[in-house]
Ligand binder design. Structure first.
Ligand code: PEP
Ligand code: MN
Length: 334
């Protein structure tokens, strides 16, 4: 059960209500979300027992929540959350295309890529500076230099930038350069990182864990929102299954399901979702047709020379073709 108080409720009123609920031996917690105070009642309880609370002028509404995730649920908020990054909006019906290399490899590489993807319609630039690599011997990213090059490329191309933060001790430095902070698949349940990013005022893109259920994913998003950051964008990037022809199995059913369960926007990453550049375009089109709010696409000037994920990266020319085909679908969707 959630009790939403009006934005003008005073500390005395909040305390009065908390005391009243405590007298009934109910376990409560309270949060400040988008300027409103929200009280959650942990115990199973009956809406009928609480509806009378709405007679108090500072109680806006009482909402029964049947799901384990609460603040991110569609039951809590019926309308889509709209997240603004520069001139881009996630969740308002227009398609956002995040594009760029897996990793920033040099100043020239990221600037050239930024200009090429911007020219054909990308709206956000990506590029990893701290890379979560399976092997410790693989390229780990350029660190702060990579962030500097990414931010510069973003300025030159006039695109907001997104990059991954892997650890709590990188939050300050990544915050300084990025417009959106990405939590990678391997860190979806890094609860210390989630709690830390709950306290920032920039949007966070939360990638689905390699073997996470939708419920676990939404509960991870709940950490961010309950901790104070409601600017959360979800990203479906494929899950580990028995199939080996693809790197991961892209779960596109997640798109309409997430839309049903949650008000948060969802983007799809067919690059990591398939691991094969030839599959990126068809799966990107399918993701748009399924209702995704955005795409994340890896693009590299020369994929065969990429330091990471070249096999799933598009050339500038292939990205241009993808954009042309995507535009046809997203225009016919709207
Ligand atoms: C990435 O987008 O750079 C990345 C490492 O993706 P994931 O966390 O989905 O593997
Ligand atoms: Mn990658």
């Amino acid at each position: 059960m959630l009790i939403v108080l009006s934005p003008s409720s005073s500390n005395e009123q909040i305390q009065f209500l908390l005391n009243k609920l405590a007298q009934q031996k109910l376990e409560t917690q309270y949060y400040q979300i988008d300027g409103k105070t929200v009280i959650t009642i942990k115990d199973d309880c009956n809406l009928a027992d609480f509806i009378a609370l709405t007679a108090m002028n500072f109680v806006e509404k009482v909402i029964p929540i049947t799901k384990p995730f609460k603040l991110v649920s569609r039951e809590y908020k019926v309308s889509n959350s709209v997240i603004q990054v520069g001139n881009c909006t996630f969740g308002a019906g227009s398609l956002q295309v995040i594009a760029g290399p897996c990793a920033v490899e040099s100043r020239e590489q990221i600037i050239n890529t930024a200009l090429a993807v911007k020219k054909v319609g990308a709206t956000i630039l990506r590029g990893g500076a701290f890379k979560p690599r399976t092997s410790p011997y693989s390229f780990q990213g350029l660190g702060e230099n990579g962030l500097k090059y990414l931010a510069e490329a973003g300025k030159i191309s006039q695109l907001p930038v997104i990059t991954e933060v892997m650890d709590v001790n990188q939050v300050d430095i990544v915050y300084k350069y990025a417009d959106i902070l990405q939590i990678g698949s391997r860190n979806m349940q890094n609860f210390s990182l989630l709690k830390e990013l709950a306290q920032i005022d920039k949007p966070v893109m939360l990638k689905r864990g390699i073997s996470a259920t939708l419920e676990e994913w939404l509960l991870a998003a709940e950490y961010l929102v309950a901790g104070g950051n409601s600017k959360v964008i979800l990203c479906e990037r494929g899950i580990r299954t028995f199939e080996t022809y693809t790197r991961n199995t892209l779960d596109l059913a997640a798109v309409p399901l997430i839309k049903e369960l949650s008000h948060l926007p969802i983007v799809v990453d067919p690059s990591h979702g398939t691991g094969k550049w030839k599959l990126v375009k068809p799966m990107a089109k399918a993701a748009v047709a399924a209702g995704a709010d955005g795409l994340m696409i890896e693009v590299h000037p020369v994929p065969s020379e990429a330091h990471s994920d070249g096999e799933q990266s598009l050339t500038f020319q292939n990205f241009k073709i993808l954009m042309e085909e995507i535009n046809k679908i997203s225009n016919s969707n709207s």
